[in-house]
Every structure is written in structure tokens, then in C-alpha cells.
Design a protein around this ligand. Sequence first.
Ligand code: TYD
Length: 214
Amino acid sequence: MKKGLFITLEGMDGSGKTTQMQQLKHYLEHQGYTVCQTREPGGTPISEKIRSLILDPEHQEMHPWTEALLYAAARAQHVAEVIQPALQREEVVLCDRFLDSSLAYQGVGRDLGMEEVYKINEPGLMDRLPDITFWFNLTPEESFRRKSGRDPKDRLEQQNRQFYEKIYQSYRQLAEENPQRIITIDATKSIPWIQKMMRCTVDHYIKASYKGRL
Ligand code: TYD
């Protein structure tokens, strides 16, 4: 039987996944589980350094493959140093973004191809994909509206909007292709409604896959 429970959260910026992750963590701890809460890019000192390198706005000239390889490198370190050991200790790992972000942002957003991006990540995954991935389904328009409080057409250039539309569509595709793993969450619903749905999903998974207890 697999050890531990690996849960990831994915979606556009501003979709509310951080709040939900925090609440899910409290819920699981209340059930007696040890929860390892982490995020990508980051989660280890080396991966946090890679994060600053990638997200530095001065690095505009960064080539898409450099970016994809850096995300994969940060992830390999994160899996080896944090995720895999926590799962071995039979903990619940809650990770804000993981592989699907690379497939969507680099694979489709940067046109590198999902398969190709998967290939460079695969060696660092240590044979474990998330058990449950919550995808917060929020359209790019709604995401921008939430963040800026304004109509996206006022603020964003066309190119930026197209990029986020591609990412949105690629998450849709991933969810359609992996219905067993990826649970689509309607991110326009209320915070308590979403939390309830996530808790039910996790409880159900634990019951079905671990006979009630990890
Ligand atoms: P962050 O500030 O953590 O944003 P968010 O709150 O949306 O998670 O920034 C992470 C950014 O990195 C986000 O825009 C998505 C991007 N990203 C990738 O492009 N590829 C990846 O593999 C990961 C993990 C993140």
C-alpha cells in the first residue's frame, strides 16, 4: 500500500487555494494526522533560491526551457528533501502547486509541450504522483477581476490575457484526462462550501484507499 497521502492544489492566482489549504490543514490535524504543508516553487532552502531566480522580474530574458528546467530542479530537490520523507513517515503532504503547474504554465503557456515538460520532471518525482489534486476552476477574467477589482480589459495587454487563457484551458484538459486524480472545484462558490467539498473528498479517499486510516 502507498505510504502517506499526497494532496496538491492547483489553479490561477487569486483562486482562493491558499485559504482553503490552511483550513484543510487544520481539519486534518484535528483528525490526528501530521500535516506537512509546503509550496512550489520552493519548500526547501535550495528550491527557495531557485524560486527567487525564476520569479525575479529582472530576468526577463530567461528562456522558456531554462525556466522549465529550473522548476523541475526545484521540484526534484523538494521531492527528495521534503515530500518523499514526509510520505514515508505516513504524513499528509499538502502542496500548493506541483507538477501540473509546470505542465500548464511551461508545457502549454510557454509552448514547450506537456509531454516534453513531463519528461524533464519525471526523473525527479521518485515514482509518486499526487493522490488527490484539487484544481480551483476560475476563469482568467474572474481571476483578474478579483485581483485588480477592475475589468481585465482595462488593465491587461492582449498577450498576457492569451497566456492565462492557454493555462486555463490546459488545466481543463488535465482535469478531463485525469478524472481519478484531479478534482475540479468551482472556485466561485463560497469558502465554506469549497472547504466542505474538499473535506468530503479527502475523507472518502482515506476510507476507500486506506480503509479509514492512513
Ligand atoms: P506564487 O507567488 O507562488 O503564486 P501563486 O499564489 O499563484 O501560487 O508564484 C508562483 C508562480 O509560478 C505562479 O505564477 C505559477 C508559476 N509556476 C510555474 O510557472 N511553473 C511551475 O511549475 C510552478 C510550480 C509555478
